[in-house]
Design a protein. Sequence first.
Length: 316
Amino acid sequence: MKNDLIIKELESIFGKDRIKVDQNLSFYLTLRTQTKAQYYLEAESREDWVKVGQIKASKKIPIFIMGGGSNLAIITDYINGLVVRNLYQKKEVIAETEDYVDLLVSSGYVVARLVIETIKEGWGGLEYHQGLPGTVGGAIFMNSKWAKHHSYFGDQLLYAYLLETNGEIKKVDHDYFKFRYDHSVLQETGEILIEAVFRLKKEMPQVLQKKAQEALNYRSETQPKGIATSGCFFKNISEDIKLRLKLPTTSAGYLIEHAGLKNLRVGDFVVSSMHANFIINEGSGKAEDLIKLLKLIKDKVKEKFGIDLEEEVVVI
């Protein structure tokens, strides 16, 4: 439902042709859930984000940020306010020595592209994230990982520029993010990553490529691909819970599988037969079916193991 005054204000800030009304978002979501945005904008520059910050500070309309659309499950059919899709693309070496480079990367930069490019240059630190979907902003927000080598995306972060809730941009260092498993401070503060600076060690490209291929092979062998999914849906359990319950792993997929839930289906949503922590949309999955499936999974795991599963993906 449009509001002509809001539309005019947004168009005066961003330009007449850049604001879309009742925009279908399904194509931008890897889980392919059906939902629409009341207002929709593609942010393509730092200047765009400054303007988004002004709107955010005014609090006239809600703002929802999305990047690559992975690690996201939207279970509402309509998002009120302004949905901003992050397409800000920038990559620049800002410092260099014989041993390393400091690389500034915009938050909308696609991780898969960044990994390929840094490997080619012989800049090490991100190679284990080969095959990771989404953008730099999302990867830092979630502190994305490749658990086999305990490699987290935030490990190489030197400092970053954030858009505060008051619309101002500030510079923060690595420690500000309070990185841990599947977590950064951005999940608490509501601040938006604009640009990140990574310190990457100079290494032989062939060595980096070998590591990247190892990660890619592992993902290919253990995770479904080429399908509509948001990735691992639930967080793994802690090491303490694993030891207390005498479980062989911290994997949420193990819990779901051993609760007998592989191939469990509600409508077009189904638990993957390959990796039980992946939920697949095999057609035009409805939000109510996904909600039912999630409840079934949580209830069954709770019944068998006494564990309350927590979503890893952002559920809206």
